[in-house]
Design a protein around this ligand. Structure first.
Ligand code: ADP
Ligand code: ASP
Ligand code: MG
Length: 415
């Protein structure tokens, strides 16, 4: 008998029929003697609908009221799931985030979980009830409702699993695991049986939305065994991906060089050309950007043609693009630069793998494969276990497919 935290995403609870299927799955675990805490998302499309409603009234809405609104999507599914269980003769209780005291900071729309009082859930579990908790939401110290950012139900589930010291956290979604890349883009993508926290963290932060990045951070910090599975598979299916700490034995020669390829279509590129090259240039450009609360991802500074000036390029989230553009246009005058240029039709593609640590030549092989397809690389960034390139958005599918086959990701790993 184990304590299991399960999370069902939007598609998995997208219709009342799907919710009934989820109830049947939960019942199988209950009948096997397990204790269950279940986190659910809003029905698919509901959170987007709420966002549209808000923006029809006020754009941008005040963050506090936006959270009051967004948190309602999950309140619908917790109640429906509890009803489905109770109507089948199984005891269950649904709770909003605030009711189970998921305490967060006050950063509305992107709050971080600070603490969870598990006493409330324990009481229900001891009484033999399935505990159903609304994902994606919490409450701050002053009692305000907060939300955890898009995809935040994953984080609720992992945080509850950590707080309850659960035996496993199961993330049920519409794919049966973590793949070598998004299976919607590359049909040959292969499911990974196991991936390290470190690799999953990179993949999630580089755009693979199968898990919210904070969920992976939490799981890694508290060593919560995390499994991704499909709610569309027959119960008992063995297909899944385990995300866990790297083990000694993983460090073998035959370990895959590249675990996966992620991409991010949400970035935009800005360049300030011909800036007089003096100490402090980077600060003078990025200072005002940071003051506007805009996060910068990739940065390149290179020497201009005349040696006295520099070209400075960086990327930001597309939501911040209009504001960042304005700031750069102002800097052209104040810094005496030649001009500012912009490009929001870009995509960042990244290869991730702990095996890269011990292998040289992966970057050049990546660049060669892209060159052979006539794909121009606009920016490059590397770290110990990842290489990212920025290319034209129109090359996204071709580039991902090219790299997927170049690095043999569609073939079974040697074991
Ligand atoms: P949920 O609503 O269950 O939270 P999401 O839509 O947030 O589901 O995440 C699942 C989706 O993530 C999949 O349908 C898939 O298209 C996408 N995805 C992106 N990269 C990957 C990957 N490497 N492996 C599996 N799925 C991926
Ligand atoms: N319903 C929220 C969203 O669509 C949270 C989640 O699904 O994880 O982002
Ligand atoms: Mg999700």
């Amino acid at each position: 008998m184990a304590l299991i935290v399960q999370k069902y995403g939007g598609t998995s609870v997208g219709t009342t029929e799907r919710i009934q299927n989820v109830a049947e799955r939960i019942i199988q675990f209950r009948d096997a003697g397990h204790d269950l805490v279940v986190v659910v998302s809003a029905m698919s499309g509901e959170t987007n609908k709420l966002i549209t409603l808000a923006k029809e009234i006020s754009d941008p809405p005040t963050p506090r009221e936006f959270d009051v609104l967004l948190s309602t999507g999950e309140q619908v599914t917790i109640a429906l799931l509890a009803m489905a269980l109770e109507s089948r003769g199984y005891s269950a209780r649904s709770y909003t985030g605030s009711q189970v005291h998921i305490l967060t900071d006050s950063a509305h729309n992107k709050a971080r979980i600070l603490d969870i009082d598990n006493q409330y859930m324990r009481t229900d579990l001891d009484a033999g009830r399935v505990v159903i908790v609304a994902g994606f939401q919490g409450v701050d110290a002053k009692g305000n409702i907060t939300t955890l950012g898009r995809g935040g139900s994953d984080t609720t589930a992992v945080a509850l699993a950590a707080a309850l010291k659960a035996d496993e956290c199961q993330i049920y979604t519409d794919v049966d695991g973590v793949y070598t890349t998004d299976p919607r883009i590359v049909a040959e993508a292969r499911r990974l049986d196991k991936i390290t926290f470190e690799e999953m963290l990179e993949l999630a932060s580089l755009g693979a939305k199968v898990l919210q990045i904070r969920a992976v951070e939490f799981a890694s910090k508290y060593n919560v065994p995390l499994r991704v599975l499909s709610s569309f598979d027959e119960p008992g299916s063995q297909n899944s991906t385990l995300i866990a700490a790297e083990e000694e034995e993983d460090n073998k020669m035959e370990q895959a060089l590249i675990s996966g390829i992620a991409f991010n279509r949400d970035e935009a590129k800005l360049t300030l050309q011909g800036v007089p090259d003096q100490p402090g240039v980077a600060y003078k450009i990025l200072g005002p950007v940071a003051d506007a609360n805009i996060e910068v991802d990739m940065i390149i500074q290179n020497m201009g043609a005349d040696n006295n000036t520099t070209d400075f390029t960086f990327t930001v989230h597309r939501n911040d693009y209009p504001q960042a553009k304005e700031i750069l246009n102002q800097l052209v005058t104040s810094l005496g630069a030649k001009e500012a240029t912009f490009d929001n039709k870009i995509v960042k593609i990244s290869m991730v793998g702990v095996g890269m640590r011990s292998h040289a030549g992966i970057a050049s092989e990546m660049f060669q494969a892209l060159a052979e397809e006539g794909i121009n690389i606009k920016m490059i960034a590397t770290s110990e276990i990842k290489i990212s390139v920025v290319v034209d958005e129109k090359y996204l599918e071709l580039a991902v497919r090219t790299l997927h086959s170049q690095f043999n990701l569609d073939e079974e790993a040697v074991s």
